[in-house]
Design a protein around this ligand. Structure first.
Ligand SMILES: NC(=O)c1ccc[n+]([C@@H]2O[C@H](COP(=O)([O-])OP(=O)(O)OC[C@H]3O[C@@H](n4cnc5c(N)ncnc54)[C@H](O)[C@@H]3O)[C@@H](O)[C@H]2O)c1
Length: 284
């Protein structure tokens, strides 16, 4: 397999000619750019045609509009990833419209509502969390990989699943509020490895980007709900979690790490859990 990696004038992390599907590519309403949206915008800046998928169509459309306004190529698709047929619809639509899938980022996630006082959650809400965080990831990994294996060449496609250090460690004990999220992310870590093993000989890679505290609207909102904190207390709590003095990362740190995983430069890497957490999960 030849590359031009050694060329001095080579532009790094180019995604031209690639179609990248960002599931959860809209964002929760708010001022702070979400991880999916930042990744979608950066992939487009590096030449990819981006498909922004979200349950919230207007938000997916907004991501596409931001990309188009910068001179990039993008379009939105609406889907509820808790539904298998919606996941299939995503990839059927992209194959019909763009003809190929080269990258898939799974960024959709929810923390279902719960009662902090009684530490309780309805079974329906619990199941909803698992269905979005884990079952949807399974279907999107499978359907994306099935599209990617049709691509020619030794490096057929790259899947990047956004997980969380909540799947590794937690200091809030048996709080039901974190369960569908943390367990869903544990499942997502495992799904990544299964995808990597099953599709390696088709040239399809799958890696987990394991995020720590990132400054996003959803991250701030959910932390307030889970811990009952004020916005200032959330900042303070995360300040203690992150070991690096810079404090919480922005979603652009996520996007640049995802860009590496999507690009051919990472073509020898698969099945890995890459922590992007400011040292939060370091053992001291
Ligand atoms: N912000 C953090 O601190 C942090 C930490 C660890 C991991 N993450 C992960 O980063 C990812 C993005 O989170 P974010 O904080 O940037 O929030 P975000 O604003 O990107 O919100 C997630 C998106 O998922 C979409 N979504 C929810 N349910 C869906 C469904 N059923 N079908 C389709 N789309 C759906 C939402 O509409 C929203 O646009 C998530 O996977 C999250 O777990 C974030």
């Amino acid at each position: 397999m030849t590359t031009d990696f050694a060329r001095k004038d080579r532009a790094a992390f180019g995604l031209s000619g690639k179609v990248v599907v960002v599931v959860g590519g809209g964002q929760m309403p708010g001022d702070t750019t979400g991880n999916g949206r930042a990744t979608a915008m950066l992939a487009a800046r590096h030449g990819a045609e981006v498909v922004a998928v979200d349950i919230n169509f207007d938000s997916a459309q907004e991501t596409a509009n931001l990309i188009i306004a910068e001179g990039g190529k993008a379009y939105p698709v609406q889907a509820d990833v808790a539904e298998k047929q919606d996941c299939q619809h995503i990839f059927d639509t992209v194959m019909a419209r763009s003809g190929r899938v080269d990258g898939m980022v799974y960024s959709a996630a929810v923390n279902p509502p719960f009662d902090l006082g009684t530490n309780s959650m309805t079974t329906e809400n619990f199941n909803r969390g698992i269905n979005v965080n884990m079952l949807g990831a399974y279907h999107c990994n499978l359907f994306a990989a099935e599209c990617m294996q049709k691509n020619e060449g030794a490096s057929a496609g790259s899947i990047v699943n956004f997980s969380s250090i909540a799947s590794l460690k937690n200091e809030i004990g048996l709080n039901i509020g974190i369960m569908p999220y943390a367990l869903g992310k544990c499942g997502l870590n495992y799904i990544t490895e299964l995808t990597a093993v099953q599709f390696a000989d088709a040239g399809v890679r799958a890696n987990t980007l394991m995020l720590g505290p990132i400054d996003s609207t959803l991250g701030n909102h959910d932390s307030q709900e889970l811990f009952g904190h004020t916005p200032d207390e959330v900042d303070e709590a995360y300040g203690e979690v992150v070991k690096l003095k810079m404090g919480r990362a922005s979603t652009w740190e996520t996007a640049y790490a995802a860009l590496y995983l999507l690009a051919d430069e990472s073509r020898f890497m698969t099945g890995q859990q890459i922590r992007l957490d400011g040292g939060a999960a370091l053992v001291r």
